[in-house]
Design a protein around this ligand. Structure first.
Ligand SMILES: Cc1cc2nc3c(=O)[nH]c(=O)nc-3n(C[C@H](O)[C@H](O)[C@H](O)COP(=O)(O)OP(=O)(O)OC[C@H]3O[C@@H](n4cnc5c(N)ncnc54)[C@H](O)[C@@H]3O)c2cc1C
Length: 333
């Protein structure tokens, strides 16, 4: 196996977040000589010192604390050149996704994003990823080097071995002039945080929550209260169908906390959670694509003929979601 570099950016305290430890585990599993390259204000390489990597390199300093293309690309380029690796594995974070395609260009290499597996096939590294919004899975390899691979979060168990002190070689980089200064993060959610990638459960709300119910009226306020109450007690992550998030986007007074970031499906996201509970949701795209990586899927729908819920859920409850979630909240509360 060719030499591998694991590229990771550190947290404020110098440690590595879960996606970085997942990329490290994936790289170590390939069996080649591994170098770890770290970028951040400070690094705590002892946190991964026992991982068996041959070398630890770091670009540190205040200029490299903030996620910013110019400084991140400069740091990553310097680490790639210092490591001389043929294959570079990095977590698919927004920070690396923004910077590493430019780094591949500077190095005359190639980059592939959203890899869901990296393995050795026929003695060469190959990458698995999904195409056409997660409908087709493909495996590919490349002859160009260096080959930068961004690994999706949640597809590999994170590295968790013994801690050990290691020597970290500082790679000097003059920070390029910058115009961008990150002042803080403004949440796009109207209400509380509802997207929780590490949650055990994905709760999917469909447009049925906003439709006229048996009494001929819409119960938007109650739907909002029931869903938010369930999210609070269960700490589930919230997904929504396109029909529902489009309604909110038009400023209608229904489920104001729902944004397009919550949308799952072909034109939404395909999150990974061990379990999913879909309510009032009928669409093909949320069920066939949005739920693809959910381990165990259950759905609540009034309509016994809801084909997608029947076809894609492991268990379908023919029931009123208002009554089901009201009872769940009572039990959880
Ligand atoms: C190119 C393209 C891309 C698309 N991409 C996406 C995508 O990424 N994600 C996505 O979601 N959609 C997508 N869609 C739209 C998709 O086809 C559906 O129109 C949409 O998902 C339907 O949303 P829904 O199930 O929430 O609403 P509806 O189809 O209106 O279904 C509402 C459901 O709620 C049920 N219901 C009502 N009241 C209750 C109650 N009290 N208890 C239980 N059940 C109840 C009803 O029986 C019904 O089944 C896409 C469409 C196209 C053409």
């Amino acid at each position: 196996m060719e030499p591998i570099l694991v590229l990771a950016h550190t947290e404020a305290d110098g440690s590595l977040a879960k996606p970085a430890l997942e990329a490290l585990a994936a790289a170590l599993s390939l069996g080649g000589p591994v170098t770890v390259g770290l970028v951040g204000a400070t690094v705590d390489a002892s946190a991964i010192g026992g991982c068996g990597a041959a070398r630890f390199l770091a670009v540190t300093g205040d200029a490299f604390a903030q996620p910013r293309y110019s400084t991140d690309a400069a740091a990553a380029e310097a680490l790639c050149r210092a490591a001389g690796a043929a294959v570079i594995v990095a977590p698919q974070t927004s920070r690396w996704a923004r910077a590493l395609s430019g780094v591949a260009l500077r190095l005359g290499g190639r980059v592939d994003t959203h890899a869901t597996a990296i393995a050795i096939r026929n003695s060469v590294p190959s990458v698995t990823r999904w195409f056409y919004r997660q409908r087709m899975e493909g495996t590919l390899t490349r002859s160009q080097r260096p080959w930068i691979i961004l690994l999706d979060a949640g597809v590999v168990a994170p590295w968790s071995g013994e801690r050990a002190a290691v020597e970290v070689q500082a790679i000097p980089v003059d920070p390029p002039p910058t115009r961008t200064n990150v002042l803080g993060i403004e949440a796009t959610q109207a209400g509380g945080q509802t997207i929780r990638p590490d949650a055990k459960l994905l709760f999917v709300a469909g447009a049925g929550w906003t439709k006229k119910q048996g009494d001929g009226t819409v119960h938007g306020a109650e739907a909002e209260e029931l869903i938010l109450g369930f999210l609070r007690t269960s700490q589930a992550s919230l997904g929504g169908s396109k029909s529902l998030v489009d309604l909110s986007g038009e400023g209608q007074p229904v489920l104001g906390f729902m944004t397009h970031l919550n949308q799952i499906g072909q034109t939404g996201s395909t999150p990974r959670h061990p379990k999913g509970l879909s309510t009032c949701c009928h669409g093909e795209e949320p069920h066939a694509v949005g739920w693809r990586f959910i381990g165990e899927r259950r759905a609540v729908n009034l309509d016994p003929n809801c084909g997608w819920a029947r076809g894609k859920a492991d268990v379908l409850y023919i029931a009123d979601a208002f009554a089901v979630v009201r009872e769940l909240n009572r039990l959880l509360g």
